[in-house]
Design a protein around this ligand. Structure first.
Ligand code: ADP
Ligand code: MG
Length: 346
């Protein structure tokens, strides 16, 4: 008799707790995906369905607005206008000045390896083409002459951008997704959403903690596996997790892989021993810019850069399946659990 009574009390308590949580945090996750920014954007909100739909429209609307500004594949974008008017200053919005300026900070950190004037080389390699080919030395040399971020001139008094040499073009692919994510986070902070996951083609932002207050469990992608394969799991909240890797976009000729992160000194895809870099830090612009920057710098210099920055951690996976962790992950500040034992922590 007493046992049955206790049992019912327990059930009641559980029901009460669950309904409290759903009152405070909303219900189950509500997801929406759209193909944007040349990739799949998936947003997950932990809110009531009806309210979530309103937020989705606003968030995807924001992404569209920025894609229309920054994409060099959108004919009316500000970046297209700059690229099509070499030699002339082009009026742009404050936000375009802002993204170009932050890209320069990554150029500084990477000894010039991060370079948004990489456009001519990206076009030459055309990694996404249906029938990609290896460019000739001559073609590479020619394209390299057009790559130099010092010739991207900002005039902040007049809000203009200016490319000083014919054939130059800007490509914001290494930073735009991160920059846009920060704008989405800014928007979310003005709503009553407390938990959300923003996934812009693998550029993640974990907004808040999970609805029950626990940390998000995020798989670190296996650069040699298929999508969904991971080598280990980190636990985080309120942060961005962005990965740059050799598996994202590439083609192969005679067993050699040519991927999409290009070295502006050699003109070839960066050929160091890194397979992927994941950067974990609050700002998505930083995480996106840094993942590409660290990739280009290599393990030693890249890790040194990460260690010099506050609240910034990284996981680097090399082609020989070694895993390098920054100090805040090693000391357990951010928990990382290796689950694929064919990889080895250094
Ligand atoms: P993803 O686009 O997969 O998120 P990254 O953030 O690392 O990966 O950015 C790679 C993209 O950045 C390329 O597709 C290209 O548009 C651009 N890019 C390639 N090489 C460089 C470079 N050295 N500096 C700046 N941008 C680059
Ligand atoms: Mg990047």
């Amino acid at each position: 008799m007493k046992k049955t009574y206790l049992f019912f009390l327990l059930i009641l308590l559980i029901l009460f707790q669950t309904s409290c949580k759903s009152l405070i945090y909303g219900n189950n996750p509500v997801k929406e995906s759209r193909f944007m920014l040349n990739t799949i954007v998936e947003i997950t909100l932990y809110e009531k369905e009806k309210y979530s739909r309103v937020i989705f429209d606003d968030l995807f609307g924001e992404i569209q607005k920025y894609e229309n500004k920054y994409s060099r594949h959108v004919s009316e974008s500000e970046i297209t206008a700059v690229n099509n008017n070499v030699g002339r200053p082009v009026k742009v919005s404050d936000e375009t000045i802002e993204i170009v300026r932050s890209s320069f900070s990554f150029s500084d950190m990477s000894e010039g390896l991060f370079d948004i004037s990489i456009g001519p080389l990206v076009d030459l390699w055309d990694i996404k083409a249906s029938n990609p080919h290896l460019p000739s030395e001559k073609e590479i040399e020619h394209a390299l002459e057009k790559v130099d971020y010092n010739k991207v001139i900002i005039d902040s008094d007049n809000n203009t951008l200016f490319l000083s040499e014919q054939g130059m073009s800007i490509d914001l692919g290494a930073i735009a997704k991160g920059f846009i994510t920060d704008k989405l986070v800014e928007y979310l902070s003005k709503t009553k959403i407390r938990s959300a996951m923003l996934n812009l083609g693998g550029n993640l932002h974990l907004y808040g903690s999970k609805p029950d207050g626990s940390l998000w469990q995020i798989g670190i992608r296996n650069p040699y596996g298929s999508q969904g394969d991971y080598i280990g799991i980190i636990q985080v909240k309120n942060t961005s997790v962005v990965t740059s890797g050799i598996y994202e976009r590439y083609f192969e000729i005679e067993n050699k892989r040519y991927h999409h992160i290009l070295n502006p000194k050699t003109g070839y895809p960066e050929a160091n021993n890194i397979a992927s870099v994941s950067v974990i830090c609050p700002s998505s612009t930083m995480a996106d810019g840094l993942s590409t920057t660290v990739f280009l710098l290599g393990v030693d210099k890249g890790m040194k850069l990460i260690e010099s920055l506050e609240k910034t951690e990284a996981i680097i996976i090399t082609k020989d399946k070694k895993v390098f962790l920054s100090s805040g992950i090693k000391n357990g500040n951010i928990s990382f659990k290796l689950t694929d034992k064919t990889f080895e922590i250094e």
